[in-house]
Design a protein around this ligand. Structure first.
Ligand SMILES: [Zn+2]
Length: 233
């Protein structure tokens, strides 16, 4: 269920499900940190597959349901608008564009004044090439911003997703799950590939705490762990 979505909070490696043998010989499935498996020094405990998946499914349905979807959509829209107005990357590019333009103007003035050397000419070509690349990058960012996100789209997306079977629901909704031993960060999608290269952390929507009992491999007793759950959209 969490394949390609689950990341170890300690070392950033992916975590994937594996079969292990418990003390009593029973086969159990665990999610294990790939970095730890490769001996990168990570200390992440393994966690029972069923237990983690249940935790994620339960949390998803507690957070996203008929009573909360409208509120979630308002939250997303509000943050989306704020993010647009403070798009730092675009502002940097616009500043660069204006700097390049004034450098080009100066070189052109020099040429007009009769100061023409080979290096002036190659400098001008170089500046014009950079300006053209900067303009392309600006256009890409601006066209992304033009995609209009509406509340109706978000409500519809979430409504359809929570009516699916648990496996399909998680595959649709989960962007990423970051797991620590006592903390889990769940990042949800809110619209179909709205911004595929947006790997941003999203916005913290809610924080919960749950006490779960979990078995760590080679540690047969149930450990009672207080998990801090942070939910992002
Ligand atoms: Zn790790």
């Amino acid at each position: 269920m969490l394949r390609n979505r689950l990341i170890c909070g300690y070392c950033g490696s992916p975590m994937s499900a594996e079969t292990g043998t418990a003390r009593n010989g029973e086969l159990k499935r665990y999610y294990k940190c790939y970095g730890k498996k490769r001996n990168n020094g990570c200390k992440k405990s393994q966690i029972r597959k069923e237990l983690l998946e249940q935790l994620v499914v339960d949390t998803t349905l507690e957070v996203i349901n008929e009573n909360t979807i409208s509120e979630i959509a308002d939250f997303i829209l509000k943050n989306h608008e704020e993010k647009k107005t403070e798009n730092a990357e675009l502002n940097i590019l616009l500043k660069e564009k204006s700097d390049l333009q004034s450098q080009i103007d100066n070189v052109v003035k020099a040429i007009t004044a009769g100061i023409i050397t080979l290096s002036t000419k190659s400098k001008l070509e170089e500046l014009e090439k950079t300006l053209s690349e900067t303009n392309t990058a600006i256009e890409v960012l601006q066209s992304k911003e033009k995609i209009k996100l509406t509340k109706e789209d978000v409500v519809k997306y979430l409504n359809v997703a929570i009516r699916k079977e648990p496996y399909q629901m998680l595959r649709t909704l989960l962007k990423q799950v970051v797991l620590y031993d006592d903390k889990i960060e769940i990042h949800f999608n809110y619209i179909k590939s709205f911004n595929p290269d947006d790997n941003g952390q999203g916005f913290l929507f809610t924080t919960k705490q749950k006490t779960i009992k979990y078995v760590i491999l080679n540690f047969p007793n149930l450990q009672t762990i207080r998990m801090l759950i942070k939910v992002y959209f």
